[in-house]
Design a protein around this ligand. Structure first.
Ligand SMILES: Nc1nc2c(ncn2[C@@H]2O[C@H](COP(=O)(O)OP(=O)(O)O)[C@@H](O)[C@H]2O)c(=O)[nH]1
Ligand SMILES: [Mg+2]
Length: 469
């Protein structure tokens, strides 16, 4: 299989074509760089839902300022770079820069700022993803909706996210306004992960377990809105990853030695603190790890800081979130990037100079041709799967289409042993293709009919050796 037959190869050819049409390489070079860029993850949700805390946990460093009061006033892109510095991009296009980490005061009024870019020497950022932290949505008003839609669509100069983490801070799941915003913003199982944030606050007893039950319930209610619903305590993850000192851990262990009544008496000042207990430090720890992690983590803390930090990470749920992000990306990451590119090219084709000099129409023609190319068939598979999970989640072909999206080896697709030869693959693919062609008449919804059409094409491509990795 030559270069020509890969998704990336076809997208490169499309970009070459667009560069010829516009006679300008700079736009195209930026779009090509987007295909090579690490996955872009955006965090959105209400104010104080824990976005910045979770970002720090994902990045593995306290790079984003967090606060009880709203402090992230501008959308900020965190990407790998050294030394640490922040670029502030004004609405007027001017860029100012300061050394060090992101902070609340950016040296200009936030009303004049388009966005900021914070460069941080982080291995995770360099190798795996870049992250956009958005200002909180304060109540879901029209402006909030516009802001959320901009996150999904990619604001002017910020990259369009491949995956959006939508933080829910209410155990009831997305409220009506949030559901509406998600629906209208283009959230789907392929590009959205719902995060039950601050999961340690959900209940006094066993909050993480309860959060898991809630997550399952939400997943069943909104199969088409999110690819996963993951409960996470960003605070516990952040503390566990960024570290708690031995002295702090010793305080948590010491606290665990006390009876409840003793502790309350000490905290409200009616009893003097027993030897070795530092009430002031306990207060700070409450902010650092949260009440639940102090109460439930006493035993782990007794084994030292390292044991306590791994307990924090394990219980926080952050590994599940990382996995959910990774799974989306491994399965459909290149498809998401391809889609982002096509959307960006549509935008380019609509720009004023392009429309005026006729390049816009030529770009659109090139796009339409590319969209029909066999190399872009996976985009059609993912779109059909999205439509199916939205309109007909219990369809008989859901599992088969999901399988086609998730695997790359034709033999695995067809359930054949690794030893199966080309003739076996051809026979099995032919049978399936025919089944979908004849079965289409019995489809119960248009989403199901479309899915069967796409699957028939899938098997035809398998027969021509044009499907798979
Ligand atoms: N208990 C607990 N508190 C959290 C958690 N995540 C964030 N917080 C606290 O909630 C407040 C707002 O967090 P922040 O990350 O700044 O929210 P943002 O406005 O969405 O960026 C801060 O005081 C955090 O310490 C969490 O998982 N558990
Ligand atoms: Mg914030």
């Amino acid at each position: 299989m030559g270069e020509r037959t890969t998704l990336r190869g076809r997208l490169d050819a499309l970009l070459d074509e667009v560069a010829t049409i516009t006679g300008d390489d700079t736009d195209v070079a930026a779009l090509r760089a987007g295909l090579d860029a690490p996955l872009t993850v955006a965090l959105t949700g209400r104010v104080s839902s824990g976005k910045s805390t979770l970002l720090n946990a994902l990045v593995g460093d306290r790079v984003a300022p967090t606060d009880r009061t709203e402090c992230t006033k501008v959308a900020t892109l965190y990407r790998a770079g050294s030394p640490s510095r922040v670029e502030v991009v004004g609405l007027d296009g001017t860029v100012t820069e300061f050394p060090g980490q992101m902070r609340g005061d950016l040296g200009r009024p936030s009303s004049e700022i388009d966005h900021a870019v914070a460069y941080t020497p982080s291995r995770l950022l360099r190798d795996h993803f870049q992250v956009i932290d958005t200002p909180g949505l304060s109540g879901f008003t029209d402006t909030a909706e516009t802001a959320t839609r901009r996150v999904f669509a990619g604001t002017g100069s910020l990259p369009r996210p491949d995956v959006v983490l939508f933080l829910l801070d209410d155990v009831g799941g997305p409220k009506a306004d949030e559901v509406e915003i998600l629906r209208r913003s283009g959230a789907s199982a392929q590009n959205t992960i719902l995060v039950i944030s601050q999961a340690d606050l959900i209940a006094a007893d066993n909050p993480m377990l309860k959060a898991l039950e809630i997550a399952r319930r939400i997943q069943r209610r909104f199969p088409a809105t999110a690819g996963a619903v993951v409960p996470v305590s960003g605070l516990m993850a952040e503390a566990g990853i960024c570290g708690v000192t031995e002295r702090e851990t010793a305080q948590i262990a010491r606290r665990g030695d006390l009876e409840d009544w003793e502790l309350f008496a000490v905290l409200d000042g009616s009893e003097p603190a027993p030897p070795g207990l530092d009430v002031e430090m306990l207060g700070r720890l409450e902010q650092l790890v949260g009440t639940y992690a102090m109460e439930a983590g006493g035993a782990a803390a007794a084994s030292g800081a390292q044991a306590y930090c791994s307990w924090l990470q394990r219980v926080s749920g952050i590994a599940d979130l990382r996995q959910a992000i990774g799974r989306r990306f491994v399965a459909v990451g290149d498809v998401l990037k391809a889609r982002t590119l096509l959307a960006d090219l549509q935008t380019l084709a609509r720009q004023e100079p392009m429309v005026r000099n006729g390049s816009g129409a030529s770009i659109r023609t090139a796009l339409e041709r590319a969209e029909l190319a066999p190399e872009l068939h996976r985009l059609r598979e993912v779109s059909a799967l999205e439509a199916l999970s939205r309109w007909h989640p219990d369809s008989e072909v859901s599992a088969e289409l999901g399988h086609a999206v998730a695997v790359r080896d034709p033999r695995i697709l067809l359930g054949l042993p690794p030893t199966a030869g080309p003739a076996d693959v051809d026979t099995a693919a032919r049978t399936r293709a025919i089944a979908h062609r004849t079965g289409r008449g019995r489809a119960r919804t248009s989403a199901e009919r479309e899915a069967m059409l796409v699957l028939e094409q899938t098997y035809q491509l398998v027969r021509r050796g044009m499907w798979g990795s």
